[in-house]
Design a binder for this molecule. Structure first.
Ligand code: AMP
Length: 202
């Protein structure tokens, strides 16, 4: 069994998963596998994956599982056995989580940690409607799916299809839930410390 740390980062849209993923990748020396980023790249390239995904993304719904799983499997196959992965925005359905488990087993790996960022819906709508900023205060490129009605749809999608993953991973003893509304650097330290101390699921 590979000793790599394969971590899943869960949380509703606007919880700060992307920013936290960048910190964790640096702190824990992981490779980020962010399905939202991979899809936005595919859309920008105009690839067949991008063309299939675009309408789902614009509407705030999910891209079909088969397409996402194939995208992730390709990335995972490129990883060195000892390099850990940080999954950001994946899995988003129970079917994706089951496909991830199966894929990792084939590679002699497993999900070792799941971190869920909790942020209330009011805070999320406020954050996303203020726009996205980097830690230095510069504004990121506006996302077409940050419009209020699409944010509400993305939150509904999260509640219905992704939130059940909290139970899925809690049952497996892998879930670490943290308040995602605090300061990102402190949150990253908290995650690194919790993983180091608990060393859970190893
Ligand atoms: P994100 O940047 O993670 O919020 O993803 C942006 C959009 O890409 C989502 O609203 C979905 O339409 C799509 N997407 C990203 N990851 C997934 C996934 N794992 N499964 C299905 N759709 C996804």
């Amino acid at each position: 069994m590979s000793s790599a740390c394969d971590m899943v980062l869960l949380g509703p849209p606007g919880a700060g998963k992307g920013a936290q993923a960048r910190r964790l990748v640096a702190a824990l020396d992981l490779v980020a596998i962010g399905t939202g980023d991979l899809l936005r790249e595919a859309v920008a390239e105009g690839s067949s994956v991008g063309r299939s995904a675009e309408a789902h993304m614009r509407a705030g719904g999910l891209v079909p599982d088969a397409l996402i799983v194939e995208l992730v499997e390709r990335r995972l196959a490129e990883l060195e056995p000892d390099t850990g992965a940080l999954f950001d925005g994946f899995p988003r359905t129970i079917a994706q989580a089951e496909a991830l488990d199966a894929c990792l087993v084939r590679l002699d790996r497993r999900v070792s940690h799941v971190v869920a960022l909790d942020v209330g819906e009011d805070e999320i709508v406020a954050r996303l409607s203020r726009g996205r900023f980097e830690s230095d205060g510069s504004q990121l490129v506006a996302r077409t799916d940050d419009r209020p009605e699409i944010v509400r749809e993305r939150l509904r999608t999260y509640r219905e299809q992704t939130a059940p993953l909290l139970g899925f991973y809690a049952e497996r003893g892998l879930l670490l839930r943290l308040d995602g509304s605090g300061e990102p650097a402190a949150l990253c330290d908290e995650i690194v410390a919790a993983i180091g101390v608990a060393g859970h699921a190893s």
